[in-house]
Design a protein around this ligand. Structure first.
Ligand code: ADP
Length: 470
């Protein structure tokens, strides 16, 4: 019995797929969040910059209308209106000297940046800098801009909304990521399990199959997806294994049966010899019978060995140049007395010499099997005819035609299997190895043995052999 082991969870494909799924989902979400964060902070900063520039333009207009005094007052009023911790204004000369400002006690650590002013003097436009105000590193966006000839406005705005946004974003990010990881792991596990359920079905079926129970099959979904194709392939493989096991079983049953009869007979002869102790002739007859049966057994075993070896590609065939016509003629001559004994009309027409490379001994045995069958199964007053023809340019065909009982179409291929004997032939002596041997020999010569038959009318066995088989 197979030991059923629970798979180690961490080694399962479902677990690894889930991990990948959750990982990819989480990384993609992080990238999406990061992009959103960058875009949002950039937009916020751009909006702040636009607001500061707007203020600078306002100051410029006021200076044009009301002079520097007006601008000084505006600095105080604007800061008070927006909140003195929110925004500040400083009006400076290009030397960096401050001549007016809003209330600066909150902003005192933000000084005038002389480098920024020098850059501004060169570009004559405006310049933004970013500060982190002590003690809590509050982000401050600062604008330097000319608002009149020789008058620079330094204005800064606390970007506390950005800090609030980041804090809110962090909370949303943590909660959303937690949810995304759990969701992707659960859905990943679900999807992986669903995708692999077919594999489980195959494993279950494979586990439930034993030597005596080969009928089970994996359910095929018909989806034509990878798992369905795997199930189909697996089922076809089981079909083949089942057919092979069935064949082996049938063959071993047949072997047992075919060995049993001659052995029983041999035993019988020995027993009779034991009982009749005084008659020497009787002893001799029993010994002769025993030898005959033993020879039949040996012959059967040898034939089996030749077939097995040839099928395994280890055939010990000795190829020489052979005149096929002469070989067929000789074999037919040998069977003339048998045909006469049975009252069968036996004719053969063998044309001009046909030279091929063959193992004459094997070919003769194979051909004799065909003749033996034809004469064995054809009843009295029947006809058996043999002819040899060049079939096509490269092949020669030997045909044995009889007017015997014929073979049912269901058995047409089976008769070439080892030990197969049709039910109707059981009363006739035989081993069931003759046709199997003949076909093996034909195939070893790169030819084949075929049959055509009509039940009640007769059969035609055709052995095709190539001329230039080597
Ligand atoms: P065997 O003749 O010893 O039984 P074979 O392998 O030669 O074994 O033949 C297998 C089976 O094929 C036979 O048992 C018989 O049923 C059938 N068969 C062979 N040749 C003929 C034939 N000429 N006419 C009818 N049946 C045949």
């Amino acid at each position: 019995m197979f030991e059923k082991k629970m798979p180690d969870l961490f080694k399962t494909i479902a677990f690894r797929l889930t991990l990948w799924y959750a990982g990819i989902f989480s990384v993609s979400s992080c990238v999406a969040f990061a992009l959103f964060y960058l875009l949002a902070t950039q937009t916020l900063q751009e909006q702040t910059d636009r607001d500061l520039l707007e203020k600078a333009r306002y100051f410029s207009t006021v200076i044009q209308g009301n002079g520097l005094m007006g601008a000084s007052k505006l600095a105080v009023i604007e800061a008070q209106a927006a909140g003195e911790k929110k925004i500040f204004f400083r009006l400076l000369y290009p030397s960096g000297e401050v001549f007016a400002s809003s209330h600066m006690s909150y902003w005192k650590d933000i000084r005038v940046d002389q480098t920024a002013i020098n850059t501004l003097l060169q570009t004559k436009g405006h310049l933004f800098t970013t500060w982190f105000k002590k003690p809590d590193d509050q982000k401050v966006r600062v604008l330097y801009s000319f608002v009149a000839v020789n008058v620079i406005l330094q204005t800064g705005i606390a970007m506390d909304f950005e800090s609030k946004f980041i804090a809110a974003f962090k909370t949303v990010f943590m909660v959303a990521m937690g949810f995304i990881i759990i969701f992707s792991a659960v859905s990943g596990l679900f999807l992986a399990r669903k995708a692999l359920s077919g594999v489980k079905a195959i494993t279950r079926t494979a586990n439930s199959i034993t030597g005596t129970n080969l009928e089970k099959r994996v359910p095929e979904t018909g989806n034509q997806d990878e798992l369905d194709l795997l199930a189909i392939t697996f089922n076809r493989m089981l079909d083949r294994i089942e057919a092979l096991v069935k064949g082996i079983r049938e063959m071993s049953d047949n072997i047992a049966h075919d060995l049993k009869s001659p052995l029983t007979r041999i035993r019988g002869f020995a027993e009779i010899a034991l009982v009749n102790t005084d008659d020497l002739d009787h002893y001799r007859a029993m010994a002769a019978n025993t030898i005959e049966e033993s020879d039949r057994l040996l012959d059967m075993i040898n034939t089996m060995l030749v077939i097995s070896k040839a099928e395994a590609g280890e055939g010990e065939f000795l190829y020489k140049s052979v005149d096929l016509s002469a070989l067929v003629q000789e074999a037919c001559d040998l069977f003339v007395p048998v045909a006469e004994d049975k009252g069968i009309e036996f004719t053969y027409e063998v044309s001009e010499p046909v030279q091929i490379k063959a193992d004459a001994r094997m070919l003769q045995r194979a051909f004799s099997n065909l003749l033996d069958n034809a004469l064995k199964y054809t009843p009295n007053k029947g006809r058996v005819h043999v002819d040899l023809q060049r079939d096509s340019h490269d092949f020669v065909k030997i045909r044995v035609t009889d007017t015997g009982p014929g073979i049912a179409s269901v058995y047409l291929e089976k008769i070439f299997e080892r030990f197969f004997r049709a039910e109707s032939s059981r009363t006739t002596p035989g081993t069931g190895l003759g046709l199997s041997f003949a076909r093996t020999v034909a195939r070893q010569h790169k030819g084949d043995l075929m049959v055509a038959s009509k039940l009640g009318k007769g059969s035609v066995f055709s052995m095709r052999l190539p001329y230039r088989n080597f």
